[in-house]
Design a protein around this ligand. Structure first.
Ligand code: CMP
Length: 139
């Protein structure tokens, strides 16, 4: 069993894709064990994406992520990290496989509707960025 953090980004929320993203994850064996809607401020978005500080897209990415509400969720299941990433597709929707969430719905490499943790250590730190132990409900 593995856990990961996923975010329906502000573009995904405004495109009414919250249900579609959750359905895709749930129908592929993942369980939602934590869920909330948040609106990150600029500082929170900068903190979340701190590993990208200094990159050319950091300013624009953190502006975008603080431009509206997002839905953050903790997913649990076998190989939750790789499964989530497979269902999302590549960061750049142009490079994402046919049928993936980003290929189907994302506008561009930045506004790519959904985020998923990329490794167990990242997942643990990203989950604790948004959720405390009392907000996670493993069955
Ligand atoms: P995500 O999976 O949330 O991880 C980092 C995010 O940075 C990524 O999705 C995109 O939203 C954004 N990103 C990554 N690479 C680029 C890029 N080259 N240009 C703009 N945004 C990017």
């Amino acid at each position: 069993m593995e856990r990961t953090l996923s975010i329906v980004k502000p573009d995904g929320v405004s495109k009414k894709l919250i249900g579609e993203v959750i359905k895709r994850f749930e129908s592929h064996g993942l369980r939602v064990i934590g869920l909330k809607m948040i609106w990150m401020n600029k500082k929170e978005a900068e903190g979340f994406y701190a590993v990208h500080r200094g990159k050319s897209f950091y300013e624009s990415l953190t502006n975008f992520m603080s431009s509206g509400p997002s839905v953050v969720m903790v997913l649990e299941g076998e190989n939750a990290i790789s499964k989530t990433r497979e269902l999302m597709g590549a960061t750049d929707p142009k490079k994402a496989e046919e049928g993936t969430l980003r290929r189907q719905y994302a506008s561009n490499i930045e506004q790519n509707i959904v985020h998923g943790s990329d490794a167990p250590e990242t997942a643990a730190s990203e989950i604790s960025y948004f959720f405390n132990a009392l907000e996670i409900f493993p069955l």
